[in-house]
Design a protein around this ligand. Sequence first.
Ligand code: FPP
Length: 245
Amino acid sequence: MNHKGLDKSRLPRHVAIIMDGNGRWARLKGKSRIEGHRKGRASVKAVVDVSRTLGIPYLSLYAFSSENWQRPREEVGALMGLLEHYLCDEQKRMMKNGIRLLAIGDRDRLPISVRRVLEQTIEMTRDNATITVTLALSYSGRHDIVKMVQGIARKVREGSCQPDDIDEALISAHTETSTIPDPDLLIRTSGEMRISNFFLWQIPYTELYMTPTLWPDFRRDQYIQALVDFQKRRRRFGKTDDQEP
Ligand code: FPP
């Protein structure tokens, strides 16, 4: 694999991606939106493969937001079908390649057939250790924060935690991403400059990479380019250049 310009010793530990532009890709090609999502699935496979072979241990993909339920019924149905088939088709490869699958979001809203294969895949891959792929499904960053506040408030009411005990670590531990590190790099395709209710608490020092490329066209080379760009950034975490290690 050609990784021109990429320093493999300085890769991000966690890459998060807002996969956007399937619909526009389809319109440009005179195809249905569903066809755009189908092509987008191939891009999912590409970024998972590249991340795994490079040794990036965490990849998170915003596959369906809470707001996406408002899309036309046929499109939601097609996306759920795509997801179900993706999970069925990929299970073997996940086992072979050491991919651990996690899901965040309101799973109860997913159709039972999707929930079943999702839970089966999560269980089946739980001990895999090469890469953790987290699918955000029916996910809302604000809802994650609401649930976190409710969880902590309950502990305070029960007396197992005092208000002064609440710190950043406790908050992180009560979010849906408690077991994965904060993203180092957040990629958004299709030229939009928004976070769209994806990770909110998790991205205080995450590097942002927004590209006009539409998601179905975002494949191995475009991903490598994003990683090379990431490596050019000076991450100072609020310190000065001189203090940087
Ligand atoms: C955004 O494009 C994309 C989505 C809402 C769905 C993402 C789904 C996939 C990439 C395919 C299946 C996923 C997996 C994990 C197998 P958009 O429809 O909002 O594009 P537009 O803004 O151009 O209309």
